[in-house]
Write a protein that binds this ligand. Structure first.
Ligand code: CAA
Length: 283
């Protein structure tokens, strides 16, 4: 099956990045969100990223215009009727994802593959909301999408080989490296990354180190490109907490208990870069 048109749901930091790399790879993209303001913000980020490429001589201004021209924006899910593939990157809310996939199943043609960029929710459960669980799959991009090479490709229990093959091929065309993983809470990436971040927050709560101290230990001691608390701010503290909840619920193992300080920050609305304040403050 040949993919020509990709619908991306959600124009936030993940969705806008996914739309950008799909359009850069030559696909027609339909970027959908629920308000003009969200769409505008997402398109602004894409424009800024592409402009940087022009300034660095990696792309001409004409190429940039062509990429932007391949992205059509919409507020309606019904435009999924024209999509060969949908990549969902909406908020991490299981009920909303299930409803969205059930609606997509009604709207999209029978051949359309429905992928979720969920960071930890079970693909098998999302697939069960549709009448085509064999064509539902996880396609987990990393933040920032235009920079990070990895895509975790997650098979639900019913995902068929043809769907896997098409998605693996798509990831390669987007200049990413796909890695196949099975459907367990947090997959591989977040099962390993998030407990590390959570532990860093415990270190902070218990006074083992300061924010800067903890991050410096991990940057200079382990050669991580950024410290765990700075990375948490990049990911979004609400997303970090949601992933820890999925691990805790999914395994029922106390080692995944979300740190109370992480919960407190989220309750305060300190969500990281996107809200201007997390473990660091942003102007
Ligand atoms: N969007 C697009 N491009 C970006 C970007 C963004 N948000 N942030 C940085 N870049 C680009 C910069 O423009 C720069 O590109 P050029 O070299 O072409 O100029 C390049 O990335 C390097 O950026 P910087 O020099 O500013 O800074 P850096 O070298 O520290 O790199 C980083 C920034 C790529 C974010 C790096 O710090 C890094 O790799 N951090 C770790 C990121 C990570 O772990 N991501 C995974 C998060 S987990 C996840 O996403 C899964 C989940 O479900 C939670």
């Amino acid at each position: 099956m040949e993919i020509k048109t990709i619908m991306v749901l959600g124009a936030g930091q993940m969705g806008s990045g996914i739309a950008q790399v799909c359009a850069q790879a030559g696909y027609s993209v339909i970027l959908r969100d629920i308000s003009d303001a969200f769409i505008e913000r997402g398109m602004k980020v894409i424009d800024k990223n592409l402009q940087r490429n022009v300034e660095k001589g990696r792309m001409t201004a004409e190429e940039k215009d062509a990429v932007i021209g391949r992205i059509k924006t919409t507020l309606t899910l019904d435009d999924g009727a024209a999509a060969d593939m949908v990549i969902e990157a909406i908020i991490e809310d299981a009920k909303l994802k299930n409803e969205t996939f059930a609606a997509l199943d009604r709207i999209c043609p029978a051949h359309t593959i429905l992928a979720s960029n969920t960071s930890s929710l079970p693909i098998t459960q999302i697939a069960a909301a549709t009448g085509r669980p064999n064509k539902v799959i996880g396609m987990h991009f990393m933040n920032p999408v235009p920079v990070m090479k990895l895509v975790e490709v997650i098979r639900g229990i019913a995902t068929d080989d043809e769907t896997y093959r098409v998605v693996e091929d798509l990831a390669k065309k987007l200049d990413k490296v796909p890695v196949e993983v099975n459907d367990f809470p947090g997959f591989v990436s977040n099962r390993i990354l998030l407990p590390m971040i959570n532990e860093a927050v415990y270190c902070l709560m218990e006074g083992v180190g300061t924010v800067e101290g903890i991050d410096t230990v991990m940057r200079l001691g382990m050669n991580h490109p950024m410290g765990p608390l700075a990375l948490a701010d990049l990911i979004g503290l609400d997303t970090c907490l949601a992933i820890m909840e999925v691990l805790y619920e999914g395994f029922r193992d106390s080692k995944y208990r979300p740190c109370p300080l992480l919960r407190k920050y989220v309750t305060a609305g300190w969500l990281g870069r996107k809200s201007g304040r997390g473990f660091y403050t942003y102007s």
